[in-house]
Design a protein around this ligand. Structure first.
Ligand SMILES: *Cc1c(COP(=O)(O)O)cnc(C)c1O
Length: 242
């Protein structure tokens, strides 16, 4: 058994969790929202399986990954360590040839941005005998650029949503966005909230609004986000990807 008091990394993550929790609580308070309305998904990409185990020890049950190769191996390792009550969120761009794989372990896919992806995810979910909740990722930049961050244009959200809703073993959970790199994130988050409420007039249960990361979670909570995707503020900075 690892000695808890000697695990400096556990203490570091616990301190970060306290700081992020204080931020989320303050943001909920000033938005007049209940803390229970907001789920923090801890984005563990590039961090080792041991950190996922530490997060679990600290009470975290929602974790996110963004690359299929890393995620599949990490989920398998965490499960064989006996931790089976985590919800795995896939937050990165899904390549169509990886969609079947993603559907075998992800509980929620935040990044569904085209109809062609839906049939591949559905096939994977059916083959694995699982239900996968899907969010439509929306690109809210003024001038869409193909930089690999993905997202459907606002005009395409309804068609992607309808495809998810009609697909076997997929459920339509709601919407997601990544705020533009520059500019005021609130603008994008408020626009996402508008799109979410339009979607709910047709799909009443699609209530998830996934928005906000380490640097802009307050703006996301203020705009009605139900899920925050937080990496750096909890686990530290990631090595630059080559
Ligand atoms: C990495 C990542 C995050 C977490 O970002 P931080 O700034 O480290 O909190 C959130 N969402 C997506 C889609 C990501 O890829």
């Amino acid at each position: 058994m690892r000695d808890r008091s000697e695990d400096g990394r556990l203490a570091e993550i616990a301190a970060n969790l306290e700081r992020v929790e204080a931020r989320v609580q303050a943001a909920c308070l000033s938005a007049g929202r209940g803390r229970a309305e907001v789920t923090v998904v801890v984005v563990t990409k590039t961090f080792p399986v041991e950190d996922v185990v530490r997060l679990h020890e600290l009470g975290i049950r929602d974790v996110g990954e963004n690359r299929d190769g890393d995620a599949a191996a990490k989920v398998a390792a965490v499960r064989s360590a006996g931790l089976t009550d985590l919800r795995w969120h896939f937050v990165g761009q899904v390549q169509r040839n990886k969609a079947t794989s993603v559907a075998t372990y992800a509980d929620v896919v935040h990044s569904v941005d085209r109809v062609r992806l839906v049939s591949a995810l559905s096939r994977g979910a059916v083959a694995a005998g699982r239900l996968v909740d899907c969010l439509v990722q929306v690109d809210l930049r003024d001038l869409p650029v193909d930089d690999g961050r993905g997202g459907a244009s606002p005009a395409d959200v309804l068609s992607v949503a309808a495809a998810i809703d009609a697909a076997e073993h997929l459920t339509l959970g709601g919407v997601m966005t990544v705020a533009p790199v520059s500019g005021d994130p609130s603008r994008a988050f408020l626009r996402l909230a508008e799109i979410a409420s339009q979607l709910r007039t047709t799909y009443g249960r699609a209530a998830v609004i996934s928005a906000g990361m380490s640097d802009d979670l307050e703006a996301a909570v203020a705009a009605g986000a139900t899920h925050l995707r937080v990496g750096t503020a909890l686990l530290g900075s990631r090595p630059a990807l080559g």
